[in-house]
Ligand binder design. Structure first.
Ligand SMILES: [Zn+2]
Length: 389
């Protein structure tokens, strides 16, 4: 399955209708959820998707498929909830009622006429909408979601099946990759890749807008304006990051058939409030997912390895070389190796991957002594090697 996202330009009349449909969907969602909770609480009955659909029908103002999809969403919310319990995650996320403004999309789970997707795209009850069809859709369209973004723009996402494999010629090299804040990634053969420069400008702009947003009065018109502006920059940042990520994936896959990446325990790290921003800013995990996806579709290989001790060990001779967070260069007094410390780490990741096992255990020294579960913040600081504010 592959998703294609396009911006749509509905007319004023259509916008009114879309908002109305979304609001009706929200109400139906809440009604069905209430029914499900009730049935379980009072009668011990677990209502299934079909029961929900049958017992509370949407009326004629809503397309039957959109209505079905709402039952699917409740079903999915429960499944995810149980999966989280099974995984012993801290946030269980029990399915909740949707407040006004928190429900923002409607889905057509089965596209009945594929020809209805293009520069003019059809959505039942809304009609034909103008779409910026910036890339050609491939495969068989299965589902379509119409969404109102926080920035006030509208998008459709079309999920396709049977998408032909991307033609990337997979390279035959092997590489280890180290993630950092100084450089987005460093490779074991000494290359660095950074986020595009406009990212910095956008981040600055975001900071200013976020400040403006927090200064505006609660529930005022200005607050809403500021919120939309902020969402607009967020959208820009996400787009730039995605674009950069996909291109970098392609570059790497074209050169290397096997790519070793560090196994980031991002879930564990995000739990800590301080780290959340840093993680989302650099989005290593998001990039890793992209890399996995792209390599798989092209026929390449991505392997996760345990990154423990990779920054302190010398990739030349295997000796431990103590260095503080500020030291950017790895200088080995045992074998004379002198390279960037991130490249040294990337080389270690490559060799761990090649051996197919973890590094032999040794007594941790210096900053790495803390990584054994004391404070995740401390651990990340070590990883990033520059202090968070
Ligand atoms: Zn050495």
């Amino acid at each position: 399955m592959k998703a294609y996202k396009y911006r749509v330009y509905p007319t004023k009349k259509q916008i009114t209708e879309i908002n109305l449909q979304i609001e009706k969907s929200r109400q139906l969602y809440n009604k069905r959820l209430a029914l499900k909770k009730d049935a379980y609480k009072n009668k011990g009955i677990n209502l299934l998707r079909k029961d929900l659909y049958k017992q509370v029908k949407g009326n004629n103002e809503m397309h039957s498929q959109v209505s079905q999809n709402i039952a699917d969403r409740i079903d999915k919310a429960y499944k995810n909830f149980f999966a989280r319990i099974k995984n012993c995650e801290r946030k269980k996320g029990f399915p909740r009622f949707k407040k006004y403004g928190t429900y923002n999309s409607i889905t057509l789970p089965q596209i009945f006429n594929q020809n209805n997707i293009g520069k003019k795209t059809y959505f039942p009850k809304i009609g034909w909408m103008n779409v910026k069809y910036h890339r050609v859709l491939q495969g068989t369209p299965k589902t379509m979601t119409l969404k109102k973004a926080k920035s006030g723009k509208y998008f459709i996402t079309v999920c396709c099946d049977n998408v032909p494999k991307e033609r990337i010629k997979v390279g035959n090299g092997k590489v280890g990759i180290d993630f950092g804040l100084n450089h987005f990634i460093a490779t074991s053969d000494g290359k660095f890749f950074d986020h595009p420069k406009p990212m910095r400008k956008m981040s600055k702009k975001r900071k200013i807008l976020a400040r403006e947003f927090s200064k505006t009065k609660k529930k005022s018109k200005n607050k809403n304006k500021a919120r939309i502006k902020l969402a607009g920059v967020d959208e820009q940042i996400t787009n730039t990051r995605n674009d950069f990520g996909w291109k970098l994936c392609r570059k790497l896959i074209e050169k290397y058939g096997v790519i070793y990446v560090e196994n980031l325990n991002v879930k564990g790290m995000v739990k800590n409030h301080y780290l959340a921003r840093a993680i989302t800013d650099v989005s290593w995990s998001d990039f890793t997912n992209k890399l996995f996806f792209k390599a798989e579709s092209a026929g390449g290989k991505v392997v996760k390895v345990n990154p423990k001790n990779t920054s302190q060990k010398c990739s030349g001779c295997g000796e431990v070389v103590r260095k503080t967070l500020a030291v950017r260069t790895h200088e080995c007094q045992h074998c004379g190796l002198r390279i960037d410390r991130d490249v040294n780490a990337a080389r270690n990741i490559l060799s761990i991957g090649e051996i197919g096992q973890e590094l032999p255990k040794y007594k941790p020294v210096g900053d790495e002594a803390y990584t054994d579960g004391i404070s995740p913040k401390q651990a990340l600081l070590m990883k990033q090697e520059i202090p968070l504010q």
